[in-house]
Write a protein that binds this ligand. Sequence first.
Ligand code: CMC
Length: 392
Amino acid sequence: TGMFTFDPGFTSTASCESQITYIDGDEGILLYRGYPIEQLAEHGDFLETCYLLLEGKLPTAQEKSDFDYRVTRHTMVHEQLLRFFHGFRRDAHPMSIMVASVGALSAFYHDSTDINDPKQRMIASMRMIAKVPTLAALAYKYHVGQPFVYPQNDLDYTSNFLQMCFAVPCEEYKVNPVLSRALDRIFILHADHEQNASTSTVRLAGSSGANPFACIAAGIACLWGPAHGGANEAALKMLEEIGTVDRIPEFIARAKDKNDPFRLMGFGHRVYKNYDPRAKIMQKTTHEVLNELGIKDDPLLEVAMELERIALSDEYFIEKKLYPNIDFYSGITLKAMGFPTAMFTVLFALARTTGWIAQWKEMIEDPAQKIGRPRQLYTGAPRRDYVNINQR
Ligand code: CMC
């Protein structure tokens, strides 16, 4: 009925043209600006990926050092913003703190919110890439009840983040370069993924001309859900619940049961109908991190690998083309690094901030840009007359 195409969940609607990220879900291919994710993850660093996503090309050595310097200069957050944190209950989920504190940036940086000025757009972008890790570390420190640690600008982006999370005043802390490199790679894997729910949210929010910091907060809110970024937290909880290899068949049976809402978290993807290329790199990174930390025979890893093996040879999963996605192994890795489960989606948000900004910027710069305004198929009551309250 009606003049509009009905496409719930937008499974067949392109909402924009974009030159940023390419996915071939049948082949399991992911390219940022044409470069394969495998090559970027192996050879580059996260800030290089940020530059690439924002600028459309790999930086020269000079451009890279200028970019790193500019991001580094913006790592502090306004001192008054720190006070916001103390208003939260101790048991607040760090994602709720992120939604609020990134949204609160909009109240502080009025000099970078003229979205029609390319210079201001760039400063707002730098500020977000630089400050989101600081806010994420503050959310972590608040969560565990430790004193806040200020950024240290002679450290690289990811080492600085690890230091802000794990340094404590009472003892010396030195960032482990293997872990820092692994986390940096995890950030690269999460940096962008074309028009997923949170990115579409950022574009839709931004299409009205809204404040850029507020638009990113909207993206964080959307990412939180367990069908999206919240899946890494849900996947680890599921592995813990399964606990031992002998209980896997029970959970596989539940996942296949139409009458049971249970799903294997970290499995399946709207676009990938093949192995998620990010999941492959993530699995390798998991082994590297556990090796470095001397963790042998991690029971969760054992459950994860066996679950993957069984699922990949099960008819239900084969027929529906359900493969492990990026969130399947990331939880084990992040847990081994020392992050509590509640921080997993925050780390996803930190990395995805860059993709959101690149997509927001591309949209603002697109001459065909219009306010996003989907239509609907109305299925409600037909016209009827108002009835006085005492006559109903
Ligand atoms: N376990 C069991 N069955 C599943 C699963 C799963 N994880 N995922 C999909 N299915 C089944 C589903 O029941 C449906 O069966 P049927 O056709 O008989 O009704 C079929 O596969 C298609 O599923 P869908 O929900 O229609 O597919 P979708 O494209 O709307 O959903 C998804 C994609 C990622 C939301 C879904 O696969 C899912 O819920 N996975 C678990 C959560 C998860 O790992 N999310 C992370 C996604 S990757 C990172 C990110 O986006 O943030």
